[in-house]
Design a protein around this ligand. Structure first.
Ligand code: BG6
Length: 289
């Protein structure tokens, strides 16, 4: 199928009826639904489905820069590119439905970021409805280089004031609202009552978002991505964003598996892999931490 802008998008469906939608624009996941057809990712009603910005919602990919601490545009250029279907994909798991996308550095990219890469993204939906994203980034350049990265994931929540995150207690974080100054989180689960924009460092590989009202828990598992970004723009910032409704901050929470504090370094010919796996369960659990 096509997206709102005439760019191809791919719909994945498992036999139980769960689904996911991926756009070639940005390699962005734009929808993930459980087998009851309930949408699990947030998309703004004011989202703009037009380059050169990622549409507000789903899972935009931030590469090769996270945020605006660098020479590139905010969150890097990958989210603004039209990706292709990878016709030379890595081996796969027979029980999953998936799509393989590819982004290679263009002449334009090389002007602002002179490091050739091949970025392979697999988006798959398992038989139990879990969504996974695997990024493989290869240095096809003659010299080493480094990058930062994030799966900028917009979760749909019932009411931001009622949700909490478990798994980031006692960690150090960089506060984007204070020039990335470093603080230490206290012992309690994270709850929300004002704008939050933090990069939690060296976080566990499994954390959970508990949505009490919907009796729903999102379980986030990651590999190769040490940090976890937590973002909610709250009231004032939402009003300043053209592609987010004034009240919509209440229904969204961004929790991004990321590599920000320590950039990933790739030698010539080397490949890095970063995985994200999302599951939704009735109550809190993280079995392997
Ligand atoms: C978050 C950043 O991840 O993304 C915020 O921490 C930023 O600082 C937000 O405002 C949204 O970015 P953008 O470019 O998609 O509007």
């Amino acid at each position: 199928t096509k997206d709102w802008n005439g760019v191809d998008q791919i719909v994945l469906r498992n036999p139980q009826g769960a689904s996911a939608r991926v756009s070639l624009h940005g390699g962005q996941v734009t929808s993930w639904r459980n087998d009851r057809g309930e949408e699990l990712l947030f998309t703004s009603s004011k989202a703009i489905f037009k380059p050169p910005k990622a549409m507000r919602g789903g899972i935009p990919i931030c590469f090769p820069q996270f945020g605006d601490c660098g020479s590139l545009e905010q969150h890097g250029f990958a989210r603004n590119k039209v990706w292709t279907i990878d016709d030379n994909p890595p081996p796969f798991h027979p029980n999953d439905t998936f799509v393989d996308l590819l982004l290679k550095s263009s002449e334009d990219d090389l002007k602002c970021w002179p490091h050739s890469f091949e970025f392979r993204l697999r988006v798959s939906l398992s038989s139990d409805g879990n969504l996974s994203l695997i990024s493989r980034i290869r240095n096809v350049n003659g010299k080493p280089y480094s990058f930062s990265f994030a799966y900028h994931t917009y979760f749909s929540v019932s009411d931001i004031s009622e949700v909490r995150i478990e798994g980031l207690e006692t960690l150090d974080y960089l506060d984007n609202l204070c020039q990335r100054e470093r603080f230490t989180e206290q012992g309690d689960a994270i709850t929300f009552e004002s704008e939050v924009d933090r990069i939690y460092l060296s976080s566990p590989n499994c954390i959970a978002i508990l949505d009490h009202e919907r009796k729903r828990t999102y379980v986030i598992r990651k590999e190769g991505l040490p940090d976890m970004v937590v973002w909610n723009p709250w009231e004032k910032k939402s009003k300043a964003m053209v592609d987010l409704g004034d009240e919509e901050y209440k229904q969204m929470l961004c929790v991004d598996a990321a590599a920000v504090e320590k950039p990933i370094i790739l030698k010539p010919g080397e490949e890095w892999t970063g995985r994200l796996e999302l599951a939704v369960v009735p109550s809190s659990f993280c079995s392997d931490d």
